[in-house]
Design a protein around this ligand. Sequence first.
Ligand code: ZN
Length: 500
Amino acid sequence: MLITTYSCHTHTLGVAPLQLQINISRGIKFHLLGIPARPGNEIRNRVYTALRSNGWRWPGQRITIQCEESPIPIRQYELDLAIALGILAASDQLHLPDLDQYLIVGNLGLDGTLLKANDPYNAIARAIALGKKGIILQFDADFSFTAPLPKGFRIGRAVHLQDAIDVLQAEDWQQMPITSEQRQIAQQDALCFTQVEGHEMLKRALEVAAAGGHHLWTEGSPGLGKTMLLERMHTILPPPNVRTTALVQSLGEAIGKRAGDRPCESLRLEQSLASIFGNSPELMEHAIEAFTRGAQDLSDIPAHALPSKPQQVPTLIKSLGGVLIVDELLKHKERFRAALLKPMDSYTFQCIAAANPCPCGHFNSQTPCKCTPIALENHRQRFQAALRDRFDICVPITAPRQEFEAAETSTLIQRRVHQAWSIQMSRQGKQNAQLSEEEILFSGLVPQNVYRWLVEHCVESRISIRGRRQVLGVAMTIMDLGEEQCMELGHLKEALLMRG
Ligand SMILES: [Zn+2]
């Protein structure tokens, strides 16, 4: 009897489906085609032991299993359960007419327990995309699937081989509860804004940037604490935006990070361009397109553009929908800075960058600057106008005053950020940085006289059209942080001050 069943395997950015055909005929051998000998033998031994230890018969006939060849490099097979169920059906020990309607994922322990799927989010998303009736797999009790489920779609959580059989044979089927409680934003590490004394202005700017998703640039001498503050940025971030939650969760699962948090990636100075942007230009283009479209995963990326190892997933892809932290921005290669412009325009990630004011680091500080005029000029030219224009917020960092107020904890700041973020999500579904000027004016929150004042000010101060939109966006975030309903001159003035 020939049985068809579907499983999947994990790759670097998600999972890919695999079709399995299982046939039992006269003869005595076991053939597993399409899988290399070593993993093939392991699969056979696990399935054999799991079936026998649960009282099932191992058919002493010729068993041929044909596994579809995958065009994508395979990281891990999770085919045991699909093969075990296929053998039970093909040998007439069980009647499973719906078997090919499910995606069946997971490996078996020797006693028949089902191991947790490597990437449950992407496996479920795949099953939905394939139009399956449901999926059977094992996942953590606190796992939650954030994308919408089609009506009637079944997620069968199976802890044991027998659970999977029960799900497939149940006529009256109850949806397994999937927990969706808001994950507590746990401060797992001890990093906190209180550990950096002073710098109220930069802290305020980071709070505004976090709340509204704005790009931020800060400049100051070494040793003042800017790197320390950047290292603590993740402690005040809001959750991912509603439109990108699914994509962020999909990426998190694929690269083995905790899902549910907004990504926050730091760039190292010695990193190669390939490790930042990837080897294939197509990868970034597809990723930005998927992000803009509000896709649930990156499954549309062509197989040849996929990185073959998880270590090769470029940093920019990992920071989609989140934050990219770049310390020492001007020491990075010029090609890197040029390549940042486009993704910064689309706000597919938020860039938080820092640099020294000059090569020696002491320009405009108490320590005298040792740089030659040519060195200073070269340094300034590295920060091209085009790149500077992309930063919504530019604040200097100066030596802290001797006395400072008691600093606020990250938790306290994060609470305000979360509140302001919630206001934006319910009003427009995205963060203020991502709004066009038309969208901001259309919101009806900017009185005409306030807008007219800004237009005149921008003409006088030669602020570009892009700059005007940035000021409006930052002012909206300042307004939302104050939980106010209408933009006032004060909000605009603080936004202009943050523009530097
Ligand atoms: Zn200098």
